[in-house]
Structures are given as structure tokens and as C-alpha cells.
Design a protein around this ligand. Structure first.
Ligand code: DWN
Ligand code: ZN
Length: 416
């Protein structure tokens, strides 16, 4: 039986407020989520313990341990943002919003994106002739952006880099980031850097997977090495408030299974939208500031794991042909936490060339090109890229029409 209490960690202190944190579960030993590897190199795979914790002091959910950043973000980074059409539309809209909030009517505005990947967002500033800079430490994806003419620097963003950039380019009208801030453990260096780089009337807008959605949907696959934080408005405000940045607006997003866009500005420089207070209250009502919520989340994860294992085992027993769809980072948590081997899912199809011909981190399931899916439809496809469900289902109508079934596991394990 599980107790309702969780015990403070002896060693690790909250990265935001310095209080002792409460590890509420362990997913066990995990590999690097995007560490797809050649089949002959599986012997010496790096592993670490994936254990999220909650801070009573500031409500931040964070990993106890995160691998060194160079192990995750390097010249072979496997995730290219532009693989989803829907995300392309999303980032176009995000860029238009940034232009209207911080560029229109200004003389020679300057826009900086932290973690600009292959330029999916900055391309819109580049084509509009707006002065811009992408900061992207993973060389291979940064090279794709540079090839599109996007000014990109391959470094990790820190307060020291911010000072250098101000000296070279001046202050920024808008700083943007998507699915990146939750990856950076030294949140104070980022927040201080943003505060130093922004103009007094500048704005910082970032979005990340939202804790409220993760709890509501038991989408535990949002927890993996790269996601050192799963933010809420409460925790974002606690972190950035220490650096003179105020949360002035919030906007829920459907992307990545439920995200939140946070708009921050130098304190007092912009009016605070009533939506911010409404969200704080909603988060307290959902229990995002209480440890019991995370004890229940752990139980929900365990039930989900059991249900998925049972389903895949029974499909195998019945002789069904099963494949994975989308070799996502998130799938690394699902496969390893649930102990899903290639006996249960013999292969996963993915459109990303750098992943194809390799095996999945930890469970070493072969990754095949997308064509392998259409060449011989499986009976059941496990939708690891569930966050792109509407895009994928629209594309795969023929699969469904000839009897193919989807196995989903968020918010519940089900066959659809
Ligand atoms: O935060 C992060 C998010 C934004 O992106 C990063 N830490 C890493 C990455 O996470 P992910 O790998 O879980 O992201 P996606 O977008 O869920 O990955 C989708 C995968 O599925 C890609 O490998 C591409 C593939 N895919 C596919 O094969 N067919 C995607 C679509 C839409 C498709 O139709
Ligand atoms: Zn804290």
C-alpha cells in the first residue's frame, strides 16, 4: 500500500526557491530520451534515475537528477521541430503575436529566440526582414536554420551570454522560446539573462508543456531527461519574479498535449491580465500546490502502466501485428517505465531520417522509416506521438478504413 506522504530529499534543493524537495516517484533507470542509437552500440548506454520531485515552497515540479546538458543537446540531436505541419502553423501564429506585441511601430526591433531548433519560428521574422537571433546549442538543427538564412548562434543561453549579446546586438524587444525553458536546470541564469537582455518595454513569451494538463491526463511521458521542469503559472511566477519579471498574461495551448504560454515583462511595465489570477486560482483548486496531488499522480501512472502492459500482452497472445507510431522523446519514458520490449512492439515508424535504422533508447526497438507503416499496415499502431493525434489521424484515414486500430494511452489506455 502506498502512503499518502512523501519524504523530503536529503540532498537536492529546489532549483527555484532553495527549499527541500519531495521526490514523489521514480520511473527507474532511464536512458537519454533522444539517444537513438545504432543497433551495434547498445552495450554501454548511459542511464540515470528518472525521479520527479515537488517543492512545497514554490510548487515547482522538477527532476531530482538531470544528465549533463552535452549528453542531451549536441551535433546529433534527434528532434527537428519542423516535422509536424500543425506545429508549423502554430509557430507562424506565435510569431505574428510577438510582432504585434513587441515589434509593430518600433524602429528596428530585435527578436531573440532561446532554443530556436531548425528555425520553425524565426523563419517568419527572417522573411519579414526583422532583426533576429536564434540561440541553439544543438549544431545539426541550428545548421538547418542557418541554411534558411536565420541568424543562429550555437551556444547555451546563460546570463553571461546575455551580457555578451547585449554588448554586440543591443537589448531585445521580444524574447521568445517554445519547449525550451523547461529544459534548462539553471533557471536563475536564464531568468537573469532574460531580465538583462530585455528592453524596459520588452516582453518575454515562452511556452512549455503544462503541469495542469499532465496531472489531468496522466501524461507521465512528459517526464524525461530534457524536461527538468514541468511548469505551472505558480512556479513560473516564483522563478521569474526573483529577477524582476512579472507574469502579465497566460494562454493555454493545445500543442504538445497541453501547453501554457507565459508572457512576462519587467515588473510594472505592462498591465497584468485578469487571466493570470484566474489561472493561479484554478491551479490551487486542482491541487498543483499540494503534495497529495502527486501521490495520486503516481498511483495513476502505475495503473496506466499496468493497463498498457496488459493490453499489449493480450494483443501479442492473440497474434496481432503491432507497431509504434512516432519515435518520440516521450516514448522513451513509456517504453522503459512499462518494460515494453520488441516482443510486444517489434518496431516503431518515424519520419525523422536521423532516427531511422537506429534503435530506441533503453528498450532497443528498431526504428523504421515511415514507409514501413504504409507498406504493410499493422493491426494495431501505438500512437506515441499522441500530441499530434488530429494531424496523424487525418493523414492516416486509409489505415483506419482498412481496419487498422490505434492504441492510445493518454488520457487512458484504450483502443480506438
Ligand atoms: O520538448 C520537446 C518537444 C517539443 O519535442 C523536446 N524535448 C523533444 C521533442 O519531444 P518529442 O520527441 O516527444 O516531440 P514530438 O513532436 O511528439 O515528436 C514527434 C515524433 O513523431 C517525431 O520524431 C516525428 C514523428 N512524427 C511522425 O513520424 N509522423 C510526427 C508526425 C506528426 C507524423 O505524422
Ligand atoms: Zn521551490
Amino acid at each position: 500500500m502506498m502512503t499518502a506522504n512523501i519524504t523530503e530529499s536529503n540532498g537536492r534543493l529546489c532549483r527555484v526557491c532553495g527549499a527541500k524537495i519531495l521526490p514523489f516517484m521514480s520511473f527507474g533507470k532511464m536512458p537519454i530520451a533522444n539517444g537513438f542509437l545504432p543497433p551495434d552500440r547498445t552495450a554501454s548506454e548511459y542511464m540515470f534515475e528518472l525521479a520527479p520531485a515537488f517543492c512545497r515552497g514554490c510548487s515547482t515540479v522538477q527532476l531530482m537528477e538531470q544528465p549533463a546538458r552535452e549528453k542531451m543537446f549536441h551535433e546529433n540531436y534527434a528532434f527537428y521541430s519542423s516535422t509536424s505541419r500543425h506545429m508549423q502553423t502554430h509557430f507562424k501564429a506565435f510569431s505574428e503575436m510577438a510582432v504585434s506585441k513587441a515589434c509593430t511601430g518600433r524602429r528596428d526591433p530585435f527578436v531573440v529566440e532561446l532554443g530556436s531548433n531548425d528555425g520553425i519560428m524565426l523563419q517568419h521574422f527572417q522573411s519579414a526582414g526583422i532583426r533576429h537571433l536564434g540561440i541553439e546549442p544543438s549544431q545539426n538543427v541550428a545548421d538547418v536554420a542557418r541554411a534558411k538564412g536565420i541568424n543562429t548562434l550555437s551556444e547555451f543561453f546563460t546570463v553571461e551570454l546575455a551580457d555578451r549579446l547585449v554588448a554586440e546586438y543591443g537589448h531585445a524587444d521580444a524574447m521568445l522560446s517554445a519547449n525550451v525553458i523547461c529544459h534548462i536546470p539553471d533557471i536563475h541564469s536564464v531568468a537573469a539573462g532574460v531580465a538583462r537582455m530585455l528592453k524596459p518595454d520588452g516582453v518575454f513569451m515562452f511556452e512549455d508543456p503544462y503541469l495542469g494538463d499532465m496531472i489531468a491526463k496522466t501524461s507521465y511521458d512528459q517526464i524525461y531527461d530534457e524536461h527538468v521542469f514541468i511548469f505551472s503559472a505558480l512556479s513560473v511566477s516564483a522563478a521569474f519574479g526573483q529577477h524582476g519579471l512579472e507574469l502579465v498574461d497566460v494562454a493555454p495551448q493545445v500543442t504538445h498535449g497541453g501547453s501554457m504560454r507565459y508572457v512576462l515583462a519587467p515588473k510594472g511595465s505592462r498591465p497584468v491580465s485578469p487571466a493570470v489570477q484566474v489561472l493561479y486560482e484554478k491551479e490551487r483548486a486542482q491541487g498543483l500546490n499540494r503534495e497529495e496531488t502527486f501521490v495520486q499522480f503516481r498511483r495513476n501512472c502505475e495503473s496506466s502502466r499496468e493497463a498498457l502492459r496488459d493490453l499489449l500482452t493480450s494483443l501479442k497472445r492473440d497474434g496481432k501485428r503491432v507497431a509504434g507510431y512516432g519515435a518520440t522523446s516521450k516514448s522513451t519514458t513509456v517504453l522503459n517505465y512499462c518494460g515494453i520490449t520488441k516482443e510486444l512492439i517489434p518496431y516503431i515508424c518515424d519520419t525523422t531520417p536521423i532516427k531511422q535504422g537506429k534503435v530506441s533508447p533503453g528498450m532497443h526497438i528498431p526504428i523504421k522509416p515511415y514507409d514501413a507503416f504504409t507498406a504493410e499496415y499493422p493491426d494495431y499502431a501505438v500512437l506515441f506521438a499522441w500530441n499530434h493525434k488530429s494531424e496523424i489521424l487525418a493523414k492516416e484515414q486509409q489505415y483506419a478504413a482498412q481496419g487498422g486500430k490505434w492504441v492510445v494511452f493518454v488520457p487512458k489506455v484504450a483502443v480506438e
